[in-house]
Write a protein that binds this ligand. Structure first.
Ligand code: HEC
Length: 136
């Protein structure tokens, strides 16, 4: 199971999997760029808000995403800065602000859509995971 998880992570944007050499389990299996860490934090926050809404008290009151400047964080590889990236990052930030100002199902869905639209261009690997963050 762990190996599968690692393989998924390494294959995320088709970068790491290309490295030559023996594939021993590294000490730190997934050395992270600043951008990748921000993504994981946002993803974790989505899981918390979504789960609490669906299985808990159905409330969003104190939900707020961490606000990152996605244009200022270093990615693993500069090829991830696809054309339009800056615009996607700005549009995404607006969606985060809208959610934080008025957390609820609509603004949450706006954030999920923002994740997906950048990922369709920049990094398709996590799209399946992002789809699972949608509200039913
Ligand atoms: C403006 C573009 C953009 C937006 C918006 C965006 N991402 Fe990403 N995401 C990226 C890029 C580029 C990477 C690759 C980062 C790297 O490997 O350095 C990435 C990586 C990831 C990863 C893999 C991280 C890892 O461990 O390697 C996940 C999961 C992820 N994003 C989920 C999300 C979620 C969930 C959202 C919305 C809350 C989101 N992303 C919004 C561009 C974006």
């Amino acid at each position: 199971m762990l190996l599968v998880t690692m393989a998924v992570f390494f294959g995320q944007c088709g970068q790491e999997a290309m490295r030559p050499g023996p594939r021993l389990a590294p000490v730190q299996p997934n050395p992270s760029s600043e951008l990748a860490e921000a993504m994981r934090q946002l993803d974790a926050e989505m899981v918390v808000f979504r789960t609490r809404f669906l299985e808990g008290d159905g409330r969003w009151d104190e939900a707020a995403f961490t606000e990152y400047d996605l244009n200022a964080l270093e990615p693993t590889d500069s090829s991830m800065f696809v054309e339009g990236y800056t615009a996607f990052a700005l549009a995404f930030h607006k969606r985060i602000e809208a959610f934080n100002a008025a957390p609820g199902p609509d603004t949450y869905t706006g954030v999920v859509d923002g994740c997906a639209s950048c990922h369709q261009r920049a990094c398709p690997g996590p799209l399946e995971r992002i789809a699972q963050r949608k509200l039913p």
